[in-house]
Design a protein around this ligand. Structure first.
Ligand code: MLT
Length: 274
């Protein structure tokens, strides 16, 4: 395993690269960092080259001065991912996996750099923009985090991040999610929430994505429901959906083996000569 960091347009970006073979890039969600993919990184590295960036502001990746005030747009996150691939000398097309906020960034990457994709995985993510109420909630959380000086206001999301059964009887997963939140800074919460609040509605653009797409959704996802994910996949020229059992929104944490298996199978099916 190797951790890398480099300066990109004045900001330090960090990522992990492990294994050899066809590249798979894992984009984490909010309020997580690349550690949410730990189980997948370890399992997939036996067969693939796994690249897991910390998205700007999270984990070991920094924020630019203006990011907190302006919010980090999903196009900015996508450009950071392209910079990570350049730094890692990944020139061949990749399988790009975007979980939730990582999925919002993955859409932007797919629109801008279609030639860099062998396949796209959209995990527990959404194509619609926020409602007014959703946007207001994000801006309120941004303010609350900055006022508190930490990420504690994001704890209010926990009931939606996990399936009811995980919340009730899997205290280790609840504790893990709390740890991710504690690890995030107030600035990371504010910049990401402000950026997500102004993300575009990409439903009209789904037809632009021609590479094979795998949709993954927790059977009990309360943020990106199976019905909503099905709508995304059906609007794509080349998509299929796999429902992950025993999971809510946080599929990579709640059912790591099923997620790893689906990612490996999809990536194998796209491998050169596969
Ligand atoms: C995530 O898991 O990345 C978030 O739930 C995304 C969001 O808040 O829309």
């Amino acid at each position: 395993m190797a951790d890398f960091s480099f300066a990109h347009e004045g900001v330090t970006l960090a990522y992990e690269l492990v294994g050899d073979g066809e590249p798979i890039v894992l984009l984490h969600g909010f309020p997580f960092h690349r550690g949410m993919w730990r189980a997948q990184i370890e399992a997939l590295a036996d067969e693939f080259r796994v690249i897991a960036p910390d998205l700007r502001g999270f984990g070991q990746s920094a924020l630019a001065r203006e990011d907190v005030e302006d919010g980090v747009g999903m196009d900015r996150l996508a450009a950071d991912v392209a910079a990570v691939l350049n730094h890692a000398s990944v020139r061949e097309p990749v399988v790009l996996v975007g979980f939730s906020m990582g999925g919002y960034a993955a859409f932007q990457f797919a629109f801008r750099w279609p030639q860099r994709l062998r396949g796209l995985v959209l995990a527990d993510t959404r194509a619609v923009a926020d409602t007014e109420e959703g946007r207001a909630g994000r801006l309120k959380m941004a303010e609350a985090a900055l006022a508190a000086g930490d990420a504690s206001p994001a704890e209010a999301m926990i009931p939606k991040l996990l399936a009811p059964a995980s919340l009730e009887s899997r205290p280790e997963i609840v504790a893990q999610v709390k740890e991710f939140i504690t690890a995030a800074s107030a600035q990371a919460i504010a910049s990401a929430q402000r950026g997500m609040a102004r993300r575009e509605d990409v439903r009209e653009r789904l037809g632009e994505i021609h590479c094979p797409v795998l949709g993954l959704v927790g059977a009990e996802d309360a943020i990106a429901s199976p019905a909503e994910m099905r709508g995304i996949i059906e609007a794509l020229p080349n998509g299929k959906l796999v429902e992950i059992p025993s999971a809510g929104h946080s599929t990579p944490l709640e059912n790591p083996n099923a997620v790893t298996h689906a990612l490996a199978e999809f990536s194998r099916s796209l491998a050169v000569g596969g």
